[in-house]
Write a protein that binds this ligand. Structure first.
Ligand code: GLU
Length: 375
């Protein structure tokens, strides 16, 4: 019941697909299964939901192309080579399945730093939102070929959770070869399935045990880590069995799942995160008209900005003051101090002429801004 309403209420959903769902035991794409999944996703999109896919499967498909059995452990360099080969197969399979429904897909290959370094994070977030605005389906995998063992997620569960947080999605659905969390190993007959988890306690972590599958690298522990990241960013997370045909419709029709509930919303979680940033890199002073606009929920435009100080780059945290030095808000700036100095007090339409590139219309977008003064 709860899950149906979570999916119904969600506007933006990230769906994570594990390798063992999309790739068969011989290293080939499971086209029929994929086609049914895409049909489910199309139904969600028809009810005006935005969908982002995080998919594994590149290494598993690459193994198939190299003729390497799934039981043989690959050296990192060979796994990277397999990923380079397999990613083409993977994205082509999605592209063709979506093309049948007149839908365009876009490929994003991300590394940890793209989801953690603020500037890269902001660019990725913007790219995702422009793709979604243009009714495309972003399809994400880790950029396995450039990551080293120290700087890779290695599992797409946590990558999917970071994408959920970065895109301010309302819900993450992890489709896996398990149908949720049990009080013990699912192989143990006495283990009971837990349908709703409101808090990730030590007891839950203890229960999760480990249920690695043949291909995927993520076990139950990485799924719990994903649940922590998602719920802290205001998104609910569902773990459901993806092995069935039409796995999303199966959830809606009452199939088994575990739901981790979030206590806050994505926008509130993001605003708390911005408000709590420890190292603001600069100060931005604004006029009274801009203060009124911010309090009405508008973005901060260069025109209402009177002075900028500090040493900040695009994406850094800054504090916004009124002209009497009272803090008004905090936010993430869309311009470096060098560029901001050139455009303050100017109309948004003039930005391109002054800077020589078409920047963002606002100095700080409303989604990147939180009012901190009481009044
Ligand atoms: N990025 C890996 C791949 O596409 C999968 C990692 C995982 O198993 O989650 O093959």
């Amino acid at each position: 019941m709860a899950t149906i309403s979570v999916l119904e209420k969600a506007n933006r959903i990230v769906i994570k697909i594990g390798s063992s769902l999309i790739v068969d035991a011989n290293g080939f794409v499971r086209h029929e299964w994929l086609d049914n999944l895409v049909s489910d996703i199309t139904k969600l999109r028809e009810s005006k939901k935005e969908i982002i896919i995080v998919t594994s499967g590149a290494v598993a498909l690459g193994r198939g192309l190299l003729g390497v059995n799934k039981n043989i452990k690959l050296k990192l360099s060979v796994a990277q080579c397999a990923a380079a080969l397999g990613q083409i197969e993977l994205i082509t399979a999605y592209k063709n399945a979506f093309a049948k429904r007149d839908t365009k897909v876009a490929q994003l290959l991300l590394t940890i730093s793209d989801t953690e370094e603020r500037r890269k994070y902001l660019n990725t977030r913007n790219t995702l939102s422009v793709l979604l605005e243009n009714l495309m389906v972003p399809i994400i995998n880790e950029n396995d070929t450039v990551t080293t063992s120290e700087i890779r997620y290695g599992d797409n569960d946590r990558l999917a959770a970071r994408v959920t947080s970065m895109s301010s999605s309302d819900c993450l659905v992890i489709l896996s070869d398990v149908d949720g969390i049990y009080t013990g190993s699912p192989k143990n007959k006495n283990a009971e399935h837990i349908p709703v988890i409101k808090k990730i306690t030590r007891k839950i972590i203890g229960m999760a045990g480990d249920t690695n599958s043949a291909y995927g690298t993520g076990g139950m522990i990485t799924k719990l880590e994903a649940a922590r990241i998602s719920t802290e960013s205001g998104a609910h997370m569902i773990i459901a069995d993806g092995r069935v045909n039409n796995p999303i419709i199966n959830i809606i029709n009452g199939g088994k799942y575990s739901l981790f509930t979030a206590k806050t919303s994505p926008s509130l979680a993001r605003k708390n995160w911005i408000a709590g940033m420890l190292e603001p890199r600069g100060n931005i002073y604004i006029d009274s008209g801009a203060i009124v606009a911010l309090k009405k929920g508008r973005s901060l435009l260069p025109a209402g900005t009177t002075k900028v100080t500090g040493d900040f780059e695009r994406g850094d945290a800054v504090i916004i003051f009124d002209n009497d030095n009272n803090e008004v808000a905090r936010g993430l700036t869309a311009y470096s101090i060098a560029d901001a100095q050139l455009i303050i007090k100017k109309k948004t339409l003039e930005i391109e002429k002054i800077l020589g590139y078409k920047g963002r219309p606002a100095l700080i977008h409303i989604d990147d801004l939180v009012i901190t003064s009481g009044g």
